[in-house]
Design a protein around this ligand. Sequence first.
Ligand SMILES: [Zn+2]
Ligand SMILES: [Zn+2]
Length: 212
Amino acid sequence: MNLDDATAPTCTICRRGLYEHELTHQACGPCAERIDLRLQELAGPGGLYDRLSAVLTPGAGGGGPAVSGSRTAPLPVRLEPLSLAAKGGVVTILQTWLIDWHEQLGYLHPRWDGGFQRQLDQVVQRLRVLLPWAVERHPAIAEFAVELSTIVRQCRGQVDGERPPRRIGVTCTCGRTLKVTLDTPGTRCPACGTQYGHSEVLGLPLAERNAA
Ligand SMILES: [Zn+2]
Ligand SMILES: [Zn+2]
């Protein structure tokens, strides 16, 4: 990246130059679309959050034998999916963002009711409604995008049997190999300090695997 590019408005998420109609925006159209798709992926019947409940009970995922009536019974649920599904997990994280967005807009504190699934659907719907504003104006939209993609990846990992995200090696301009996932929002080279956006990092040459 040369110095002239530093002053041109770029998307805070993928670091690409913005189109003329979005020069004042915080993020570009494709990034906004990716955020919207991830939100949709979480919500509704059959969505990632709904499917988390299916892996909540031991045995569902082929865990140990079910033990009941014992004082020293193992944890009744698997911890990982629970921590995503329970208070403090996905729903709370998204609600915290929505509260923040409402505050920035000068709106009343958002309200929720019902169980976690219902609250999840509510908060996702509301975030999607306000997304065009956030993409245009929210100074921390990149932070939101990173947090959302982390949540979605963790939920997918649980639902799809904890398959770790595929990592690929790309070569930084300085020669260092960077390990990234295909949905990475971006990365920073620890060797030379260059900051790459999503499409920039995936545009780097693949690292050669010359080790035996
Ligand atoms: Zn972008
Ligand atoms: Zn580097």
